[in-house]
Design a binder for this molecule. Sequence first.
Ligand code: ATP
Ligand code: ZN
Length: 303
Amino acid sequence: MPPITTPKDRLRLALQKSGRLSTDSLDLLKSCGIRVKSPKEKLLLHAENFPIDILFVRDDDIPQLVMDGVCDLGIVGTNVLEEAALERRTNGTAGGYFVERSLDFGGCRLALALPEEKPYAGVKDLQGLRIATSYPQLTRRYLDEQKIKAEVVYLSGSVEIAPRLGLADVICDLVASGSTLEANKLRAVETIFKSTAVLLRNARELAAEKSHALEILLRRLDGVQKAADTKYIMLHAPKASLDQIKKLLPGSENPTILPLAGDDTKVALHAVCSEAVFWETMESLKKAGASSILVLPIEKMML
Ligand code: ATP
Ligand code: ZN
């Protein structure tokens, strides 16, 4: 029988219940070997094979839950985190937390955008305007840095329609591809914050069991992230150009060289490349005499 764990022995992680970060967050746990049923009506789920419980909430609640120690960990965008941190600093209620890892999803930027037809020559043109945003703290900080006096209006959602409704002249909102802006006849003119998802952690010391579980989780997470940037490359190389071919392999140290049955002028070369393998690299390899070049993804790594 596995040992019975009490909630005190289990890590508690806050995830976005449904939205842009949900699928990627759950996929990340899955690739770390943690099995959780997908959230339906449940607020709290216990992982079946790892001492971690997942609390499903709105993303805006995640910084607070971690800062106050209700959850040990949380996955949230730095846009939401920084906004909450600035607000807490203003109120003097900053809690102890830190960013444990940056994650490779949830990338977007917070940008100032204005109606397409409105002329814009630089930040000075924002002077005296009304700016609608769900991120008043980040917007205000940017305006202060730029020494611009403008009115910031808080809207909790649908910020992009504010200019059309006459609620504001400018918006400050999240942009990824820019299609929402385009659909609303707006254009981004300044990026004020670049955001990505992060694993946030409460700063207090963890009990031994939790600390051990976190260590394992982080090691797996690093393995998954490292594997994502790494490729396994296999090719046939003429013995005569082996040295030249080895030098072309990005970020690989000791390739495995194997004899090729029925051809002693060539060898098979297998290598782990720690950098991206681009088409250009493959073309250079081919030019150097390599053939049958295969580039394969790596699922997990532990060095
Ligand atoms: P909730 O109901 O949890 O409050 P939400 O509507 O505030 O959800 P989403 O639109 O799901 O939030 O976005 C969650 C996070 O995803 C954002 O705060 C941001 O960090 C990230 N993100 C990534 N790409 C985009 C994008 N194109 N637009 C908006 N957010 C994005
Ligand atoms: Zn939200």
